[in-house]
Design a protein around this ligand. Structure first.
Ligand code: ASP
Ligand code: MG
Length: 414
């Protein structure tokens, strides 16, 4: 949200939904840029701020928009009220600044909705076991929305964002990227976790678990936009629903659904690690203990003298910490050199179609090598292939792959 004008626009969307006969609960985020501003205040006040007080400060952005939206709805003749995280309440674990929702008590909320009142809920905030305000991590209002939708058994959870749906790839890189009618939860989870920042990853996992039907659509729509009920955005659906869409001809069957890129990882190489049981455990245990997420791992084939090189990636923001931890354990691990590189990018192709179709990975390797793009590491899951390349080649790689998998929009459509 941004400014009271945006809030008025949101209020109009909500009023339209109610007029269409829906009972509506709205989960709001803070105004654009507001959370960043609040985070900066915390840093200025105390570089080593207390996360519990950080939550008090940053949760306020959503409190403001929830009250403003309720007022605006009232000014349009709608019955509306706000429900703060502690009022419902939204119970979370105590982990300040990165809490997880445990349960939502939505009884009073549902009564109020049934009585014709629009419920306006500030996202991102909850109530910890210690009776204090918590927040759910950046982007957490997506997760709030899904959790509320699950708690009130909503027919659908519409997420209004600054993009109008989920695309085959970043439209800023590929002009011929296409908006998808639907993607599966699994695909969305993979896309979210590899850098397609449309939704908070956790919100997708929760929607999948709770069976919440999600739609991603644009919040920048005017009065004459296609109504949300006609599903103008991208639906996130189960495998079964996707099969139905394909069988009914509404969706094409595709092997690859999306191509994502992520420049936020860094590569670490430890050279001449002893090639014996326990060596790899010695490397990754200290990182795990420090909550540093290791993503791709390659252990090269042993060379003579029973030694091997181990390559892996960590988030760029954790690189310095990871390096320091490993230097500390140099003796124990027994490596020779530590080489790091943050000028890398991870490119991922994602699609449930690859479960039943061979050759997706080899097409990727061929398409990249035809353009002289060198692959530094590879990792795969059932529905994803990721490669690590030089960061400077990111845009080229994304474009080449988008074309190679036949994802470019036809010229008339583009
Ligand atoms: N306002 C919070 C943030 O900027 C939560 C959200 O917008 O989803 O991270
Ligand atoms: Mg958001």
């Amino acid at each position: 949200m941004a400014g009271t004008e945006r809030i008025r626009r949101v209020a109009k969307i909500v009023r339209k939904q109610q007029a269409a006969g829906h009972e509506v609960a709205v989960v709001v985020s803070a105004m654009a840029g507001e959370t960043d501003r609040l985070v900066n205040f915390c840093r200025e006040a105390n570089a080593l701020y207390d996360p519990a007080e950080y939550d008090v400060v940053v949760s306020s952005g959503e409190q403001v928009t929830s009250g403003l939206l309720a007022m605006t709805l009232q000014s349009m003749g709608c019955k509306a009220r706000s429900w703060l995280g502690w009022q419902m309440p939204v119970h979370t674990i105590e982990a300040h600044s990165k809490a997880r929702i445990e349960t939502i008590n939505a009884e009073a909320l549902m009564e109020s909705i049934a009585a014709g009142e629009i419920a306006v809920i500030p996202g991102f905030q909850g109530l910890g076991g210690n009776n204090r305000v918590t927040t759910l991590g950046r982007g957490g209002s997506d997760t709030s929305a899904v959790a509320v939708a699950a708690a009130i058994k909503a027919d659908r959870c519409d997420i209004y964002t600054d993009v109008d749906g989920v695309y085959t790839t970043d439209p800023r890189i590929v002009a011929k990227a296409r908006k998808q009618k639907a993607v599966t939860y699994e695909e969305m989870l993979e896309l979210a976790s590899v850098g397609a920042k449309v939704l908070q990853t956790r919100s997708v996992g929760l929607a999948m678990k709770a069976g919440v039907r999600l739609q991603v659509l644009s919040s920048f729509l005017g009065e004459d936009a296609i109504p949300a009920d006609e599903l103008p955005g991208t639906m996130i659906v189960s495998d079964d629903e996707m099969n139905e869409l394909v069988e009914s001809g509404e969706m094409e069957r595709q092997h690859v659904t999306g191509i994502a890129h992520d420049k936020n990882e860094a590569k670490v190489i430890l050279t001449r690690v002893p090639d014996k049981p326990g060596a790899v455990a010695h490397i990754f245990e200290p990182l795990a203990d420090a909550s540093i997420n290791v993503d791709m791992i390659i252990q090269n084939v042993g060379r003579d003298k029973g030694e091997t090189d181990v390559t892996f990636t960590v988030p760029q923001t954790d690189l310095a910490r990871a390096q320091a931890l490993l230097e500390d354990k140099r003796e124990e691990i027994g490596f020779n050199r530590i080489i790091t590189d943050s000028k890398i990018a991870k490119i991922s192709v994602v699609g449930v179609g690859m479960k039943s179709h061979a050759g997706v990975a080899s097409n990727m390797f061929r398409a990249l090598s035809d353009r002289g793009i060198n692959i530094q590491a590879i990792s795969t899951s059932e529905i994803k292939v990721s490669v690590l390349i030089d960061e400077d080649e990111t845009e080229l790689a994304v474009r080449v792959l988008h074309t190679a998998y036949g994802l470019d929009a036809s010229d008339e459509a583009a």
